[in-house]
Design a protein around this ligand. Structure first.
Ligand SMILES: Nc1nc2c(c(=O)[nH]1)N[C@H]1C(S)=C(S)[C@@H](COP(=O)(O)OP(=O)(O)OC[C@H]3O[C@@H](n4cnc5c(=O)[nH]c(N)nc54)[C@H](O)[C@@H]3O)O[C@H]1N2
Ligand SMILES: Nc1nc2c(c(=O)[nH]1)N[C@H]1C(S)=C(S)[C@@H](COP(=O)(O)OP(=O)(O)OC[C@H]3O[C@@H](n4cnc5c(=O)[nH]c(N)nc54)[C@H](O)[C@@H]3O)O[C@H]1N2
Ligand code: SF4
Ligand SMILES: [Mo]
Length: 775
C-alpha cells in the first residue's frame, strides 16, 4: 500500500539502510535518547518531563518523556515508579522514535475502485457508521464484530464494550489477549474463581527461589528479570529456568532444566507426587482452604469449526487425587519428559521445603498450550499443596505480556463472554452493566459468540460481514494466517482497520483509520501486578489522527447512540474512567480515583480506604477476607481454592516421520510482536533486521546447514524460508526449531497451527510439526 509516496516494504528496506549508518537519527531528526546522550538534550536537558507507563510490555515500567517545543525528544525511566525504579529496557528507551516514521498513517484512507483515497476523517467515520448500521439492518446484530487489543487503553476497551454489548447488543467483541492470556484467566477462574495474580512484584524482594515455567524473562520481561538478578547478587536468591529452549534467561539462571514440549503437564504432576509422598503437604492449609476436583479428559484441540466444550467438574477426595498421581512418579515421567529423575526431585524439593520462599513465573509457554488451562491449574496445585501462596515472596505469578492485557482485556472485559464486572452469562452482571450503561438489560445478550480464532472463521464463512480491528495486526499474528487471510480479503466482509502504521492487516481494509499513538492521547493501562497507571496526552499527533476511544464514540454517535456516549472530546478519558470505576466498587476490586492515579506512578488494586492490597486472599493484607481464617479464597462461593486432577495429554500435532521437527515460535527482545512499531525504530531494526530459524547444532550438521543458509520450514499448512541461526540468540533442543514472529516478510504464522485449549480457546503457537530442508 502506498502512503506518502513510499510503500511499506520499501520503507522497511530504506530503514535498514538508514539504520546501517552510525547516525540512525538521520531518518528521525530531533530525537535523542536520554539513556545515551543526556548531555545533548535540547535546553541543556531542561525539558518538560511527563510521566506515563511504557507503551510496550506488561511489566508496566514508569517512563518520563522529555518534551521540547511540542515534540517528544527523550525518554528515561521514572525513578518514582515502584515497578522499575528508574530502569528501562532497550524498547523502553527508544519507544517514541516510531511515531516520527515517514510512512505514519496521518489521514483516513478509503478504498475506492481498488485504490486508497485520502478522505477527511469525518467522512471516513460516516462511512464506517453507515456500513455498520446497514449490515445490522440487513443481516442482524451478530453480523458485525470488533476485534481489539490488550494494548487498547482502559477507556478504549470500555467504549468498545459499551457500543457492542450495551448499545448494539451483540457479544461479537473479542481481542488479541485471547491469543495470549486466555488460559491464564481460565486457570485463575477454575482454581480461585477470581482473575489475576494474588501477589505483586515486591515478591521478588523476598523470594529465595524463582522458578520460571517456560518463559524468557530476560528478553520479554527484562526489567523484572533484572530485579531478580539484583536479588540473586544481593541475597543469593536462585533462578531456575524450566523450559523447552535454552534462552538468555536460561544462561543467566542458576540452573536450566529442559523438557520435551507439552510434558510440563506430567512434570508438574510428578512434583505434586513427590510433595505428597515425602510428607511435604501443608496439611492445615489444604484442609482449611482447598477442595479437590476433576474435570473431563480427552477434550480435543478445537481444530474443528464451531467446537464447543463445557468442562464438568466433579469433587474428589485427597485419596483419589493421590491415587491419580501414581501414574506420575518421577521415574515414569522422566522417560517421556526427558527431565532426569534427579531434576524432578530437585524441583519438588525446592517447593516442598517449608523454609523456602518460592515464586513461580510463567507466560506464553504455559498459556499458548492446548492444555493451557490445565497447565495453569497444575502450577497452582503445587503452591496450594505446600501453602506457598499469597505471602510476600511465596506465590504463583502469571505474567501478562501486553501493557494492558490485565487493565483492559481482562478488567474492562473485551472478550465475548465478559462484562466490565463478571460475565454475560450471569444475570446479575448483566443487570449491573445495563444500569451503569443506561440500556435495557434485554439488550445485553446472555450467550458468548465468537472467540478470536472462531471470529475469523466466521469472517471466512461469511457469517460476519463487518469487522473493525483496533490496535492489533491479526494478519501477522493469528495462527495459520494462510487460512484467515482469504476470508478477510473477500468482498463479503467490510474491513475497518485502525492503526498507526500501514500493516498487512490494513492492506486488506476497506477503510483505514489513522490512530493517535500512546503519548499523543491520554489513557490508562493496567499491568501484570494489578497496577493501574494513568497518563496525560503529551504531544499532538500528526494530520487527522484521532484516539481510538474517540473514533468509537464518533461512530456510536453517528449510529444514533449519542445519548449513551455523552462524553466530551477534551475530557472523555477522565469521564469514561469515572463511569467504569463504578463497576469495581468494593473491597475485592476497588480502583483508585483519578486524583490519586494522576499523582502516583501507578496504584495496585484492590484499593481500599486509600491503601493498595498487595497480597490478596491473605487476611493480614486483604480486608476483603472475612471468614475469620488466615486465608480466604473468596472468589469461590465456599472460600476454598481448587486442587485439580489434570492428566498429561499429548499436543495437537507432534513430529512424525514426514514432519520430523517441533516448531516453536515466540519473540526477541528488540521487537514488539508484529514489528510494526519496533521495525520503525532504527536501533532496534538494525540490531535484529529479519527473522531466522534457530536449529540445534547437531541437527544442523545432520542436515548440512550452516549459519545464514536458507532453510525452508514446512508444515501441513504452509511454508516459510528463512536464514539459519545456530548457536546465536537461543538454542532449541534437538528435534526442535524456533522462529520469532516479528517479521511480516517471513511470515511464520502461515506455518503454525490453529489448535487451541478447548477451555480457554487460546491457540498453541509453541507446538506443531514441520519438516526442515536446506534450499
Ligand atoms: N521484547 C518483547 N517483549 C515482549 C513482547 C514482545 O513482542 N517483545 N511481547 C509481550 C507479550 S504480549 C507476551 S505474551 C510475552 C511473552 O513472553 P514469553 O512467554 O516469555 O515469550 P515467548 O517467546 O512467547 O515464549 C517463550 C517460551 O515458551 C516456552 N515453551 C515452548 N513450549 C512450551 C511448553 O510446551 N510448555 C512450556 N511451559 N513452555 C514452553 C519456551 O521454553 C520459551 O522460553 O512477552 C511480552 N514481552
Ligand atoms: N507465531 C506466534 N504468533 C503469535 C504469538 C506467538 O508467540 N507466536 N503470540 C501471540 C500473542 S501472545 C500476542 S499478544 C499477539 C499480538 O498480536 P498483535 O496484537 O496483532 O500484534 P501487535 O504488533 O502488537 O499489533 C498492534 C498493532 O497496533 C498498532 N498500534 C500501536 N499503537 C496503536 C494505537 O494507539 N492505536 C491503534 N489503533 N493502533 C496502534 C501497531 O502498529 C500494530 O500494528 O500475537 C500472537 N501471535
Ligand atoms: S521491561 Fe517492558 S515495560 Fe519496561 S521498559 Fe521494557 S518493554 Fe517497557
Ligand atoms: Mo501476548
Amino acid at each position: 500500500m502506498v502512503q506518502n509516496g513510499i510503500d511499506r516494504r520499501s520503507f522497511v528496506k530504506k530503514m535498514a539502510a538508514a539504520a546501517a549508518m552510525t547516525a540512525a537519527a538521520a531518518m528521525f531528526p530531533g530525537i535523542i535518547f536520554a539513556s545515551e546522550q543526556l548531555e545533548n538534550l535540547p535546553n541543556g536537558g531542561d525539558l518538560d518531563w511527563k510521566k506515563g507507563p511504557c507503551r510496550f510490555c506488561g511489566v508496566g515500567c514508569g517512563i518520563l518523556v522529555g518534551i521540547d517545543k511540542g515534540k517528544a525528544v527523550a525518554v528515561k525511566g521514572d525513578p518514582n515508579s515502584a515497578v522499575n525504579k528508574g530502569l528501562l529496557c532497550v524498547k523502553g528507551y527508544h519507544q517514541t522514535m516510531c511515531i516520527q516514521s515517514k510512512d505514519r498513517l496521518t489521514h483516513a484512507l478509503v478504498k475506492k475502485n481498488g485504490t486508497y483515497v485520502q478522505t477527511p476523517i469525518n467522512e471516513a467515520l460516516d462511512i464506517v457508521a453507515n456500513k455498520m448500521k446497514q449490515t445490522i439492518e440487513a443481516h442482524g446484530k451478530d453480523a458485525v464484530a470488533m476485534y481489539t487489543s490488550g494494548q487498547s487503553t482502559i477507556p478504549e476497551g470500555y467504549v468498545a464494550s459499551k457500543l457492542m454489548k450495551g448499545a448494539i447488543g451483540t457479544n461479537n467483541l473479542d481481542c488479541n489477549a485471547r491469543l495470549c492470556m486466555a488460559s491464564a484467566v481460565t486457570g485463575f477462574l477454575t482454581t480461585f474463581g477470581a482473575d489475576e495474580p494474588m501477589g505483586c512484584y515486591e515478591d521478588i524482594d523476598y523470594a529465595d527461589y524463582f522458578i520460571t515455567w517456560g518463559n524468557n524473562m530476560a528478553e520479554m520481561h527484562p526489567v523484572l528479570f533484572s530485579r531478580m538478578l539484583e536479588q540473586k547478587n544481593k541475597r543469593g536468591a536462585k533462578i531456575i529456568d524450566f523450559a523447552t529452549r535454552t534462552t538468555r534467561s536460561s544462561m543467566a539462571s542458576d540452573k536450566s532444566i529442559l523438557f520435551e514440549p507439552q510434558t510440563d503437564l506430567a512434570v508438574a504432576n510428578a512434583i505434586c507426587y513427590e510433595i505428597i509422598n515425602n510428607g511435604w503437604v501443608n496439611k492445615s492449609f489444604v484442609e482449611k482452604h482447598c477442595n479437590f476436583s476433576k474435570g473431563l479428559t480427552n477434550i480435543g484441540y478445537g481444530t474443528e469449526d464451531k467446537f464447543n466444550f463445557n468442562d464438568q467438574p466433579a469433587g474428589i477426595n485427597f485419596e483419589e487425587y493421590k491415587k491419580f498421581l501414581e501414574d506420575y512418579t518421577p521415574e515414569i515421567v522422566a522417560k517421556y519428559s526427558k527431565v532426569s529423575v534427579m531434576d524432578i526431585k530437585y524441583l519438588a524439593n525446592i517447593y516442598g521445603n517449608p523454609n523456602n520462599r518460592v515464586v513461580s513465573y510463567w507466560c506464553m509457554g504455559m498459556n499458548q498450550h492446548t492444555r493451557g488451562t490445565w497447565m495453569n491449574n497444575l502450577v497452582y496445585n503445587i503452591h496450594l499443596l505446600t501453602g506457598k501462596i499469597s505471602q510476600p515472596g511465596n506465590g504463583p505469578f502469571s505474567l501478562t505480556g501486553q501493557p494492558s492485557a490485565c487493565g483492559t482485556a481482562r478488567e474492562v472485559g473485551t472478550f465475548t463472554h465478559k462484562l466490565p464486572k463478571g460475565v454475560v452469562m450471569n444475570p446479575k452482571n448483566r443487570e449491573l452493566a445495563a444500569k451503569i450503561w443506561k440500556v435495557p438489560v434485554e439488550n445485553i445478550p446472555s450467550k458468548p459468540t465468537y472467540h478470536a480464532t472462531e471470529m475469523f472463521r466466521a469472517v471466512d464463512r461469511g457469517d460476519i460481514k463487518f469487522i473493525w480491528t483496533q490496535v492489533t495486526n491479526p494478519l501477522v499474528s493469528l495462527p495459520k494466517t494462510s487460512r484467515y487471510r482469504p476470508g478477510m480479503e473477500k468482498d463479503s466482509c467490510f474491513v475497518v482497520v485502525s492503526d498507526v502504521f500501514p500493516t498487512p492487516t490494513s492492506d486488506v481494509a476497506d477503510v483505514i483509520l489513522p490512530a493517535s499513538w500512546h503519548i499523543e492521547k491520554s489513557g490508562l493501562y493496567g499491568n501484570s501486578e494489578r497496577r493501574t497507571q494513568h497518563w496525560n496526552k503529551m504531544v499532538d499527533g500528526p494530520g487527522e489522527t484521532m484516539d481510538d476511544a474517540w473514533m468509537t464514540i464518533e461512530v456510536a454517535k453517528r449510529m444514533g447512540y449519542g445519548e449513551l456516549f455523552p462524553y466530551s472530546k477534551e475530557n472523555h478519558v477522565d469521564e469514561i474512567y469515572n463511569e467504569y470505576r463504578q463497576f469495581h466498587e468494593g473491597e475485592k476490586h476497588g480502583m483508585a480515583p483519578l486524583e490519586v492515579l494522576k499523582k502516583e506512578s501507578g496504584v495496585i488494586w484492590p484499593y481500599v480506604n486509600g491503601k493498595s492490597t498487595q497480597w490478596r486472599f491473605n487476611a493480614k493484607y486483604d480486608p476483603a477476607c472475612d471468614n475469620g481464617e488466615d486465608f480466604h479464597f473468596y472468589g469461590k462461593p465456599d472460600g476454598r481454592a481448587v486442587i485439580w486432577q489434570r492428566p498429561f495429554e499429548p499436543a495437537a500435532e507432534s513430529p512424525d516421520e514426514e514432519y520430523a521437527f517441533w516448531l516453536n515460535t515466540g519473540r526477541v527482545i528488540e521487537h514488539w510482536h508484529t514489528g510494526s512499531m519496533t521495525r520503525r525504530i532504527p536501533v532496534l531494526h538494525k540490531a535484529m533486521p529479519n527473522a531466522y530459524v534457530e536449529l540445534h547444532p547437531e541437527d544442523a550438521i545432520k542436515l548440512g546447514i550452516n549459519n545464514r543458509d536458507m532453510v525452508k520450514v514446512t508444515s501441513r499448512r504452509g511454508s516459510c524460508t528463512l536464514p539459519a541461526s545456530i548457536n546465536e540468540r537461543g538454542l532449541p533442543t534437538k528435534g526442535q526449531v524456533f522462529v520469532p514472529f516479528f517479521d511480516e516478510d517471513l511470515l511464520i504464522n502461515d506455518v503454525t497451527l490453529d489448535a487451541f485449549c478447548p477451555i480457554s480457546k487460546e491457540p498453541d503457537y509453541k507446538k506443531c510439526a514441520v519438516k526442515i530442508e536446506k534450499v
